[in-house]
Design a protein around this ligand. Structure first.
Ligand SMILES: Nc1ncnc2c1ncn2[C@@H]1O[C@H](COP(=O)(O)OP(=O)(O)OP(=O)(O)O)[C@@H](O)[C@H]1O
Ligand SMILES: [Mg+2]
Length: 245
């Protein structure tokens, strides 16, 4: 479903991603962990072409792009292959919960309003927010706002969802409700998920594979069982010792 080949990203003289190659199968859930500033968000943003890679190729669902010759048209087409969920929700604050979800469906998928509202209400039921359908985002808790952002992504029926630390802006007591919505997506839908997270227990629980990134490189990739009990690399062990304590 996702293939990354020799991906590099430079900001001026700073090489943030260093020749990354990675394949992710359809339906797989991959958690990316690692210290701050190691390029996790940059990798995710390159997967959505919010950042243009400096070198390398990325393919999602059969559409391949090459950093060396990338047209604006390709960028737009490629962006629609995945949906990104950000740390700070990025909802439209002047639209209701329902409108936040239907708007994307009407604009991106050209679905008419009545059908969009029906589908949006079903999604709101799944994420436990039907009674908030007419609320504005400003009147919701952070956890509820993030669930709306996830609902919006679900409405787009994207085969690939990219989560960049979806719970790190939340009060600790609201983290669980958002993680459980993400977990339900990994279980019920055949969505391919890449999630950058500092929630190690969640990574262990829901990921099929865990990737440890450090200084712009993939240091280690393993199943959660192996990753959290007997990682191969010293750097992974040090990171886990720090994070799991
Ligand atoms: N637009 C930019 N211009 C210049 N440097 C950037 C830009 N975006 C990111 N960087 C740099 O790239 C490096 C990687 O940043 P990135 O945000 O990908 O890290 P991260 O692993 O997501 O960190 P965190 O866990 O703190 O979110 C950092 O050194 C950062 O300062
Ligand atoms: Mg980041």
């Amino acid at each position: 479903m996702i293939r990354i080949e020799n991906l590099s990203k430079n900001y001026g003289n700073l090489q943030v991603l260093k020749n990354i190659s990675l394949q992710i199968a359809a339906g797989e859930t991959v958690a990316i962990v690692g210290p701050s500033g190691t390029g996790k968000s940059t990798l995710l943003r390159c997967l959505n072409l919010l950042e243009t890679p400096t070198e390398g190729k990325v393919a999602i669902d059969g559409l391949s792009v090459d950093a060396n010759h990338l047209t604006q048209k390709e960028i737009y087409a490629f962006r629609r292959k995945s949906t990104m969920i950000f740390q700070d929700f990025c909802l439209f604050n002047n639209k209701t919960v329902l409108q936040n979800i239907t708007l994307a469906m009407q604009v991106v998928q050209k679905i008419d309003r009545v059908q969009a509202e029906g589908e949006a209400e079903e999604i709101l039921r799944q994420i436990g927010l039907l009674e908030k359908r007419n609320n504005y985002p400003g009147t919701l808790s952070g956890g509820q706002q993030q669930r709306v952002a996830i609902g919006r992504a679900m409405a787009l029926k994207s085969k690939v969802m990219l989560f960049d630390e979806p719970t790190s802006a939340l009060d600790p007591c609201l983290v669980g409700e958002v993680l459980s919505v993400i977990k339900s997506i990994t279980q019920k839908h055949n969505t391919t998920i890449v999630i950058v997270t500092h929630e190690m227990r969640f990574a262990r629980d829901v990921a099929d594979r865990v990737i440890y990134m450090d200084e712009g490189r993939i240091v280690e990739t393993a199943s959660p069982e192996v990753f959290f009990t007997s990682p191969a690399e010293q750097r992974t062990r040090e990171f886990l010792q720090y994070y799991m304590n």
